[in-house]
Ligand binder design. Structure first.
Ligand code: LLP
Length: 410
């Protein structure tokens, strides 16, 4: 989003006009940002045979998936429904990595039947898989490296108390099952968490994976997961993907030369690709001053963006309809019957009732984690593509709240 002559715009489109056209609350995604982020990752790993598997859970809209597909990336999914969305967007099954956790084995069978790459993270599931498929269907194994990393405990997945992955200390059991059922393990995977800024964490993962990989002769890829951090506010630490690409690429090359065969390096970025591309535009319903706080109460809340409440995440907020107003301090809250503070004590250009605020970094885990809590409707989604605003999801209607409800006679 750019501010030129006191007007905020995305790809030349005035954002307050977009809000008039499509209404608020409104999710808007800038396709050019997603494309640029993909390019920067490809450049960062240019020396390596990297395969980017976009972590679809960050933003699952089919049009966004199509855009990612058009740019040559694959996709990482965690449910059979995400897989179906990805197939609907045009991904071929072999471009899809399916990494479910704690699902019914039936869902894994469904994944095999769709022809997806299967990633297993539990010994009992690996055993069922071996019994059923023997050496006829390969699978990848997700390991838990016992590394604590990530921006927040809730989004850390590689530590010893995490439910994800098979502990690296259970490697002998993995080997036993693989031998007993002749399982073809074609990939090893680790995803340690979200918002990892240190290259060293990835290099540590690499050390663990490369140490183990020699025991798996049928590998075709090693998957380092996602978790690359982007800035949510000025001065934030971010993952230096160029440093990562260089160092991880070099270590990978050294490894596969000693492994004896070239392997693919997979990564699964979610936030890195879509976080900064997205904005949640909301309208200020009320300005409410108390003796201690001035609230800007907006027509959205934790039902549309849960990250501030769930992870104490910071999302920058801008008053896009009064860019020259005198700055004052506001606490921006939603209209939900919960404490749904979107941003506390923020310096904003004067907020008047009716003003449009933009909540930044709303592309990742915004709409995809939204709900109908308080029986409120979810926003519409718009993708700005080649200078044009395209509606990619309609706003909910009241019928959406009724859909599936069965009213019984009492
Ligand atoms: N691969 C796997 C197996 C994952 O579980 C995840 C995210 C990713 C890749 C992508 O991670 P990313 O690059 O987006 O950090 N809702 C939380 C984040 C949860 C991440 C879950 N797994 C948030 O809003 O911060």
């Amino acid at each position: 989003m750019e501010l030129i002559n006191h007007t905020y715009s995305i790809q030349g489109l005035n954002v307050t006009e977009l809000c008039q056209e499509f209404g608020t609350p409104l999710y808007v995604y800038d396709a050019s940002k997603i494309i640029n982020q993909l390019k920067s990752l490809k450049n960062a790993f240019s020396e390596t045979d990297v395969k980017i598997k976009y972590a679809a859970k960050a933003l699952t809209n089919i049009s966004v998936l199509k855009l990612v597909k058009q740019q040559g990336a694959g996709v990482d999914v965690v449910s059979i429904q995400e897989a179906q969305l990805a197939l609907g967007a045009g991904f071929s099954p072999d471009e899809i990595m399916f990494t479910p956790n704690c699902v019914d084995f039936e869902e894994i069978i469904a994944g095999v039947e769709l022809g997806l790459n299967i990633n297993l993270d539990n010994l009992s599931v690996l055993e069922k898989f071996g019994k059923k498929y023997g050496n006829t269907v390969p699978c990848c194994v997700r390991l838990n490296p016992h590394i604590m990393a990530g921006g927040n405990y809730k989004i850390s997945t590689g530590h010893s108390n995490s439910k994800f992955g098979i502990s690296v200390y259970q490697l002998p059991e993995i080997m036993q099952l693989a031998t007993r059922y002749q399982i073809v393990i074609n990939g090893l995977h680790i995803h340690t968490g979200s918002e990892i800024t240190e290259t060293d964490v990835f290099l540590k993962m690499a050390e663990i994976l490369f140490g183990i990989a020699r025991d798996f002769p049928a590998l075709t890829f090693i998957d380092f997961g996602g978790g690359f951090k982007v800035a949510y506010k000025a001065g934030d630490l971010v993952t230096n993907v160029y440093d990562l690409g260089l160092k991880l690429g070099k270590a990978f090359k050294e490894f596969y030369q000693s492994y004896g065969r070239k392997l693919e390096l997979w990564i699964e970025p979610g936030k890195y690709l879509v976080s900064e591309a997205g904005y949640l535009f909301v309208k200020t319903n009320v300005v409410k001053s108390t003796p201690s706080v001035t609230f800007a109460g907006v027509n959205s809340g934790l039902n549309h963006l849960i990250r501030p409440m769930m992870y104490e995440a910071y999302h920058e907020i801008i008053n896009v309809s009064n860019p020259t107003g005198t700055q004052k301090v506001y606490t921006v809250v939603g209209n939900i019957c919960e404490t749904d503070t979107l941003g506390a004590d923020r310096k904003l250009n004067e907020v008047r009732e009716g003003d449009i605020l933009a909540i930044k970094n709303a592309g990742a885990y915004g709409y995809s984690m939204s709900s109908n809590y308080n029986s409120r409707l979810r926003p519409a989604e718009v993708l700005i593509y080649k200078g044009e605003a395209k509606l990619i999801r309609k706003r909910d209607t009241f019928d959406d709240l009724l859909r599936g409800q069965v009213v019984i006679d009492l």
